[in-house]
Design a protein around this ligand. Structure first.
Ligand SMILES: [Zn+2]
Length: 287
């Protein structure tokens, strides 16, 4: 059964480790993440962006697939199904569809509007026993022309949002989605400490986990990051393994064209990436 992310993240914050959010794109992705979590006895969060939800046939399809796997693959570790960077309307749809956790990304609104919409969603998720992630300030990405540094959040705005009763808070500390530029200046631990001092026991979320050096990940966890989002890295692992299979001509041998064979190396590569991340984040054996 799906659970909210509240207990797993509060446990992680206390235990000084982080729970990975792995974004899913299809059945192979979902199965790879769930089986790895079960093998390693780790709690896990499945992330679904609005685009991925649409791609997979809609939120209800995703909920059906995940719930089916939890039961039939005997997954007993805590699993949250989480909307990633949701709009207000997307958040309402996912609550309706049966997600156990929601991210409302109001970071592009003026802070008062972000507060207003987040407040309304806190009320809704509390009634349903779900968890809610909110975001302050925007997190840099390649497409918005930010070079060298990602965006950093204002600690006072972080406190305003944290005090609304959310479960976890995403705040920019120089992190970036996708590939980090060569001249990236690193995470701003100074900002992270200021946010931590203002928001107290609020589990903090680090987006853009792909490509952040391991020592920075560990330091961020020691300063209150309890959830780390991984997306691009699994995509690269899947792509690399699939490319190798085809370049070696394996799809042309025997029944190598069978999708269950064609997608198997990519599936295994996702499992390996998830395992490496869970070991790095310290969540192995915590379920
Ligand atoms: Zn993100």
């Amino acid at each position: 059964m799906l659970v909210s992310a509240k207990k797993m993240l509060n446990d992680a914050l206390k235990g000084k480790y982080a729970v990975g959010q792995f974004n899913i794109n299809n059945l192979e992705w979902t199965k790879a993440v769930l089986l790895t979590a079960q093998e390693l006895k780790s709690p896990v969060i499945l992330g679904v962006s609005e685009g991925a939800g649409k791609y997979m046939g809609g939120y209800k399809t995703v909920v059906g697939m995940v719930n089916g796997m939890l039961e039939e693959l005997n997954i007993t570790v805590p699993v949250a199904l989480h909307l990633d960077h949701g709009s207000y309307e997307g958040a309402l749809k996912c609550v309706e569809a049966g997600f156990s956790s929601i991210m409302f990304d109001g970071s592009h609104y003026p802070i008062d509007e972000n507060v207003e919409k987040t407040t309304a969603l806190v009320k809704l998720v509390n009634e349903k026993g779900l968890s809610l992630e909110a975001e302050v300030g925007s997190i840099g990405g390649e497409e918005d022309g930010v070079i060298g540094t990602g965006e950093v959040a204002d600690p006072d705005e972080c406190k305003r949002i944290a005090d609304l009763g959310i479960t976890m808070l995403a705040a920019g500390i120089g992190n970036i989605h996708g590939k980090y530029p060569d001249n990236w200046t690193g995470l701003s631990f100074d900002t992270l400490e200021k946010i931590r001092n203002k928001t107290g026991d609020m589990p903090l979320v680090l987006h853009g986990g792909t490509g952040i050096p391991e020592d920075m990940i560990k330091k961020a966890i020691s300063l209150g990051v309890a959830k780390i989002n991984v997306n691009t890295e699994c995509q690269w692992a899947f792509q690399k393994a699939t490319r190798k299979y085809i370049e070696e001509g394996k799809d042309l041998q025997g029944k190598g064209f069978d999708p269950r064979k064609l997608l198997a190396p990519g599936f295994e590569a996702i499992k390996e990436t998830v395992k490496e991340k869970m070991e790095l984040f310290g969540s192995v054996g915590k379920a």
